[in-house]
Ligand binder design. Sequence first.
Ligand code: PMP
Ligand code: GLU
Length: 384
Amino acid sequence: MTRQLDFADRVERVEPSATLAISNLASELEADGVDVVDLSVGEPDFPTPENVVEAGKAALDAGHTGYTPSNGIPELKRAIVEKLEGDGLGYTTDEIIVTPGGKQALYETFQALIDDGDEVVLLDPAWVSYEAMAKLAGGSLSRVDLSGSDFQLEPALGELAAAVSDDTELLVVNSPSNPSGAVFTDAALKRVRDIAVEHDVTVLSDEIYDAVTYGVEQTSLGALEGMGDRTVTINGFSKAYSMTGWRLGYVAAPEPLIEQAGKLHSHSVSCAANFVQHAGVEALRNTDEAVAEMRNAFEKRRDMLVDLFAEHGTDVPVPDGAFYMMLPVDDDDQAWCEGAIEEAHVATVPGSAFGTPGYARLSYAASEERLREGVDRLAEAGYL
Ligand code: PMP
Ligand code: GLU
């Protein structure tokens, strides 16, 4: 018999990541010999650019295998500062923590800012881990639904203004968005700035999909006047450079927050992997072409999928960025997704995991051939 353990309330408040749970289920079915079109997890299907792989190998050969300074190696912090400068963001190397993945950067931010009962405002649909991280820190959630406006922020600004108050501690903005692919306009983000300034709120801007936009400009919130000292900018290498398994990301924020988050960082992960940080310098400096190729491939797939769904009579809100789209499905999106994976062998994530029931999120980080196959299977099994 297993001994009963008395778990901490904070872990009992959250569920495992829904995106990873479905991708694990898809892997289990595949292990049983089922051919699954896996459109669940958001993971680029391209290899990491060759020069980045070589830089990682060279760093190993050069003996970069020990701990690094906790907040990251100076070369990488400098390269990050230069990248952010290019986005109009004025951070210094003392305002950066290099983390094992963007997720850890987010986790440290939530832990450093949110106390029991502090209010966190999310824009729904919101990526699954924001809710979990807010809850782990003891925060309470207030959610603004963007699904009525094709996931655009502008029409919901009134609701956002009503949701944010002097009691709000943190507002989370993710543009381009996972899961909707929406890229919020400059005008909408300027209104977000005004709301944040009015109520003295800190804004977390998760810009991990900033390299993947289609014909629109992504605005960095921290670059807007008045936002420098109230924005925490999160980014990572997983999506732009197809480096999910390398685990590399960062948080850029005013120094007092870096000091607090840095304590968590030093007591938990110590530092990001040494040779991985060296590869990160190469990724930031020498991958323009590879990044453009991946972006172009994603755009072609987006266009193809939107057309294919339209042929089946389903209009999908056209995303301007990232590599996700929200397919309108039955009200019971959970049952729809379970049926789709069991009967059509197509894996997707229920919109309710992101706070918006009635949709399934599709990741089009898969080849055109597999995407076509996925749509065919859904249609044949009566899911479109
Ligand atoms: N933010 C968003 C919006 C994401 O979709 C992801 C996906 N994993 C992350 C952060 C974190 O990614 P990673 O930890 O691989 O850098
Ligand atoms: N962010 C990706 C997704 O949403 C990867 C999985 C995860 O970390 O949740 O699918």
